[in-house]
Write a protein that binds this ligand. Sequence first.
Ligand code: S3P
Length: 426
Amino acid sequence: MLKIGKGKAFDKVLQVPGDKSISHRAVMFGAIAEGTTRIENFLPGEDCLHTIECFRRLGVKIDREGPTTLTVHGRGWQGLREPDQCLDVGNSGTTIRLLLGILAGSPFFSIVHGDASIARRPMDRVVEPLRRMGARIDGRDGGRFAPLAVRGGELRGIEHHSPVASAQVKSCLLLAGLRAEGWTRVREPHPSRDHSERMLTAFGAKLSLEEGTISVRGGQGLSGRHVRVPGDISSAAFLFAAALLVPGSRVTVRDVGINPTRTGILDVFRSMGAEVTVTPKDQWCGEPVGDVTVTGGPLRGVEVGGSLIPRLIDEIPVLAVVATRAEGRTVIRDAAELKVKESNRIATVAEELRKLGARVEETPDGMVIEGPTPLRGGLLDSHGDHRIGMAMAVAGLAADGGVGVNGEEAIAVSFPNFAAILKELE
Ligand code: S3P
């Protein structure tokens, strides 16, 4: 059990591990590129380690020189071979969905599976368009759920209007589109994170973005390159929240990714009344990087919805914790996607926060939090979901008597040294 006591005011400069989304993509794109891809500040979290293992099983040589440094020896699409065992993605939605886009156009048979959470998450959102491209995929419930079996082969480009803003769907189809005949075009209701677009371009692919539709022409190869991964703003968000939960605190996180498709949480913390300073420093492989400082103060409730949701989808659990300290009502809407994350995050956030005395009402597409409510200590559970585990641990900093979080091993999925960093803030 992870025990977190009530926090004392702090002023810290910290760093967080590499971005999860970018780490996955660096390995995957390096694996299908020609030549060497050297990756620095790779996230050694369980999800990304599963991506490495999947590509090793597909015949790609990947050397790990240190915990956060790797070299992927890509030999192009032709370098992939039929795996002799099932590909295990663990808990990682990004791994399974992007991998399916690569396997669909690879001329061999493979089976992908993951843990109990992965087996519950919808795969039809990628299986259906991939089948329209010509892919042969089968799985539980007609291919709606993993395990999934893929017999890869020739693909043709399609135009796909995704009903949900999802970078995993978009990236899956762009990867399949790289091998397909003709053009593949993807449109989504609001822009989702654009790491694939930036990194594919850095690896030499040509993509075009017109009026919200991203297009790729088939038959393009990638070239390996050096990738330095920015710190993960989704991990940093827990530390920003900590500064808002413990009165009189300030935190600076250095070298964190500040891609505008990911910084929605900073905009929301600002509109709640927090002081947020962003100092841009550099671009790493097409990704903006900077230092971000968050200073606590009185907070007010906010309404969050629409195109902001994909820009902070992974930060909603910790935003809900912060909202318990804000004056007035916080309304989160248009976020039904939360139900199909590593856990049903509308239900798990509400269940856990209520244990501490928070007033949280679940709605079909989000939640309403009435604040401020004093938080009492309690025994909480991660529900096997890394971000629920971390959000609840952070809540402990504001709870009288602190909290204990069971199932804390899930946190290693995205932020392996989280407990050590948070202990410094107790
Ligand atoms: C991710 C996209 C998002 C996000 C997930 C990582 C990615 O999921 O929630 O943590 O790396 O592309 P969706 O594409 O399902 O929105």
